[in-house]
Design a protein around this ligand. Structure first.
Ligand code: SF4
Length: 450
């Protein structure tokens, strides 16, 4: 049977899409190849959020085609995902060795199209059209792929985004917001739990907008909170997380859900992007700094141990020293547990790319360094405060760096490495934190679990 290798660039949504494509292909009899060198089909699932990610995928495909040519092999080569969606036929015009270009609403067609390419019925396929109900097609899982996957699974609840932040290409590559139904999502989660999954992360480009247009609010609860309640009621499920939300979506109903629903982990990723109201407006984010910090206060009042992470862009067009200082002061005020900092990268066809006063690369680099140092110092201090404390972890599997040790995750989303073995996998256990490293805690399970 054909061997397929899938390489994924970008976010967790892309990881999830790739997993669904792989599971679909395995169900059709394909096997998963460990590398592109041994594969009959190579698919690159691409990301368009930054130019660098696009260039990496293009260069990778050129290299794969070059090596295959020298070895006189002709694997089927395909691009999927965001860059496939935005560039379409141009990818084949530029790279004639590419056979398949599959857009973001077409992942479920991969098996059908690969069959046609492999049996010679078609020579090239480009499909980037919209497809109704495609949001409900990302549902197959590869639970046996790794220990972690059988403990913790991602479930795609919606596709697309209508927020149109001025720097972001996602609304153009992923399309309008489209949500699955609550019963459909609950059925997928229930099936996963019956197969041993303990933790589910609900996934989408802007999950807090889930069901906005299709599911009316009930008893003051948004569609997203109704979904959280429905998933929370699944017997045997231990933990619920979600990503990525938008700060605008943190109404009092969602904050109340954190206080009411014990399986909803005390962890929130709230992308702030900037601490300057002037820039937040230019970015079309839809909130002010005051509104944002107000949400954080309410979340911390509801769950004092909540872990809060964020995304920040430095060097957005027009960002002055004063704007940047406001971002620094916001980082100090909020004291994030983790912050992902991005140097602004102009994306074609987005409003921000055409804005005046683009910030020079050198300034973006400098601000990136300064902010990185500030947030890292704060994060290191936060991690240190865990030393000596007890934490509850869900054990996910062997540590990536040292397979002789196990790794788990606290409810507030911190990774804990400890001496354990495979029998701990999937268990919820208490560990005593003995040491803090860089974004990792080290624990001792024996002290508490004799
Ligand atoms: S909310 Fe997120 S996905 Fe949507 S446009 Fe803004 S940054 Fe992009």
């Amino acid at each position: 049977m054909p061997r397929v290798f899938i390489k994924t660039y970008g976010c967790q949504m892309n990881e999830r899409d790739s997993e669904a494509v792989a599971a679909q292909l395995v169900a059709k009899g394909y096997t998963l190849a460990p590398s592109e060198e041994t594969a009959d089909v190579v698919l690159l699932n691409t990301c368009s959020v930054r130019d660098l990610a696009e260039q990496k995928a293009l260069n990778k495909m050129k290299a794969i085609a070059g090596v295959a040519g020298k070895e006189r092999r002709s694997p089927v080569l395909g691009f999927m995902g965001c860059m496939a969606q935005s560039r379409g036929q141009k990818l084949i015009d530029e790279l004639p060795d590419v056979d398949l270009v599959l857009g973001t609403q077409k992942f479920h067609r991969a098996a059908e199209y690969l069959d046609e390419l492999l049996n010679g019925a078609r020579k090239k396929i480009v499909d980037v059209a919209e497809e109704k109900d495609s949001e409900a097609t990302i549902r197959e899982h590869l639970l046996n792929g790794s220990a972690k996957k059988s403990v913790s699974a991602f479930v795609s609840i919606m596709q697309g985004c209508n927020q149109y932040c001025t720097f972001c290409i996602v609304p153009y590559t992923r399309g309008e917001e489209r949500s699955r139904t609550i019963p459909d999502i609950v059925a997928e989660c229930t099936e996963l739990v019956s197969r041993g999954v303990k933790e589910i992360t609900l996934l989408g480009q802007i999950v807090t907008s889930y069901g906005k247009r299709d599911i009316p609010a009930r008893d003051g609860k948004s569609a997203f909170v109704q979904l959280l309640e429905a998933v929370h009621a699944i017997d045997g499920l231990k933990r619920i997380r979600f990503t990525s939300p938008h700060p605008k979506g943190y109404g009092d109903d969602l904050i109340d859900a954190y206080a009411r629903l014990p399986r909803l982990c005390e962890s929130a990723h709230l992308p702030v992007q900037s601490g300057s109201d002037r820039l937040l407006k230019l970015m079309h984010r839809g909130y002010t700094r005051e509104k944002y910090t107000g949400i954080i206060k309410k979340l911390r009042a509801a769950r004092p141990d909540i872990g809060i992470s964020t995304d920040i862009i430095v060097g957005f067009p027009g960002e002055t020293e004063k704007d940047f200082e406001e971002t620094l002061s916001l980082a100090r005020e909020v004291e994030f547990d983790q912050a992902y900092i991005f140097k602004y990268s102009p994306r074609r066809d987005t409003p921000a790319a055409a804005m005046p006063e683009q910030v020079p690369q050198r300034v973006r680099e400098e601000r990136n360094q300064v902010l990185l140092q500030t947030v890292n110092e704060i994060c290191a201090h936060k991690y240190e405060t865990f030393v000596g404390r007890q934490a509850q972890i869900l054990v996910e599997g062997p540590s990536r760096r040292n397979s002789a040790r196990m790794t788990g995750r606290t409810r507030c989303n911190k990774i804990v490495v400890f001496d354990g073995d495979e029998r701990h996998c999937g268990q919820i256990m208490d560990v005593k934190i003995t040491r803090a490293g860089s974004f990792t805690l080290y624990g001792d399970a024996a002290i508490l679990n004799l």
